[in-house]
Write a protein that binds this ligand. Structure first.
Ligand SMILES: [Ca+2]
Ligand SMILES: [Ca+2]
Ligand SMILES: [Ca+2]
Length: 369
């Protein structure tokens, strides 16, 4: 009798704790959803970090990040890239930038006022010593005889706000902003900021070329869109740099459009020919002033690919591939030997349809159609 009573009580108890547990779970889900709805002011919710790990390789992590920001894409001179940088600097508590070239007076003033930390290309700094003496206290120079070809900034806004990275082809010079065709993407992501801050730290410490450490978060899922982040030459050794392009081109299902200032890597040209031969719509525009015997233009034209010279008397300075209208490769690296294996560079791959749409609009602008 007593035992039965105990059993009944135990049964009641476990039913009760099951109910409690379920309602606890439900409340947790409701609260998490409320937080994500209320997260308008720029907070980041990190839901999980998944381990990818391939056999025989170092374990890679896919960071999963959710916030309320869309990735922004700007195209100067159609957009004012200078203003984009100035407004982010104004909102920042701390700014770090690595610039191949820096000439814009207003930007130099803003960086100087914010006491931004800078890494500048060695030879360009020496060329522009007059204007750059204003940031000489804050600036570290790159390596002599190696191009520090990056053009990125990391913005830390403070107060728990999501950090932002600005990168692309835009050199902040008069011509870069007013005459040349350039892109500047702004990505709000704490993980991507960690990647770029780690690279900035290396460059500032004088670590150039292949000596750099692996990128902490080479793959990030930001608001359900994958971002791949690479720093050359250390992440682009051997075939790795070429494979960033060829893996995507070889798996294209419909189209590959590219706009390139300088494009000489044969292996990437080969992948475009393969894509064309299997019926993918391949189109490209090359900067005309860069025409030389190493350029991929003629062999792609000979293979029947729709290629054009740019129509801008100034530089069409993009280093961009758009695959299947949903993936964009951009950054500072030209698809050349120097771009992938010698200079200090960054490449970012944005798997983001909205961003791809904007780059396709730019593709039309650059073609004048
Ligand atoms: Ca590096
Ligand atoms: Ca690195
Ligand atoms: Ca041109």
């Amino acid at each position: 009798m007593a035992q039965e009573k105990i059993k009944k009580m135990a049964g009641k108890g476990s039913a009760k704790s099951y109910l409690l547990w379920t309602s606890y779970l439900l409340w947790t889900i409701i609260i998490l959803q409320l937080i994500s709805l209320m997260c308008f002011s720029g907070c980041t919710i990190i839901t999980s970090v998944l381990e990818e790990g391939e056999e025989g390789k170092d374990k890679a992590f896919i960071a999963n990040e959710t916030n309320s920001f869309d990735t922004e894409a700007y195209f100067c001179p159609n957009d004012d890239c200078l203003t984009v940088l100035l407004s982010r600097i104004e909102d920042s508590a701390s700014v770090k930038c690595a610039f191949y070239d820096l000439e814009l007076e207003l930007l130099i003033d803003a960086l100087s006022e914010k006491k931004a930390e800078l890494v500048l290309d060695y030879s360009n700094y020496n060329d522009n010593i007059d204007t750059l003496t204003r940031v000489s206290e804050q600036a570290t120079l790159g390596q002599k005889n190696r191009q520090m070809h990056n053009k990125f900034c990391v913005f830390e806004f403070g107060n728990g706000m999501t950090k932002a990275v600005a990168t692309g082809s835009f050199n902040p010079t008069e011509r870069g902003n007013q005459n040349n065709n350039n892109n500047l993407v702004v990505v709000y992501s704490d993980y991507l900021a960690e990647d770029y801050l780690a690279e900035f730290k290396e460059l500032k410490a004088g670590i150039h070329g292949r000596a750099g450490e692996a990128t902490p978060y080479p793959k990030i899922i930001l608001n359900n869109n994958l971002i791949e982040s690479y720093f050359c030459p250390e992440d682009c050794d051997g075939e790795d740099g070429i494979k960033i392009y060829t893996d995507l081109i070889d798996s294209a299902e419909g189209s590959v459009y590219f706009m390139t200032f300088s494009f000489t890597k044969d292996e990437i040209g080969d992948a475009l020919v393969r894509a064309h031969e299997r019926g993918i719509d391949v189109r490209g525009v090359f900067e005309k002033s860069q025409n030389n015997q190493y350029l991929e233009y003629q062999r792609l034209a000979d293979a029947g690919i729709n290629v054009s010279w740019d129509i801008n008397p100034a530089n069409m300075h993009h280093k961009v591939f758009v695959i299947d209208r949903r993936t964009v490769i951009t950054g500072s690296a030209n698809p050349t030997g120097n771009g992938l294996t010698t200079n200090d560079e960054n490449i970012i791959v944005l798997h983001d349809e909205a961003v791809a749409d904007e780059f396709l609009e730019e593709f039309k602008r650059v073609l004048g159609s």
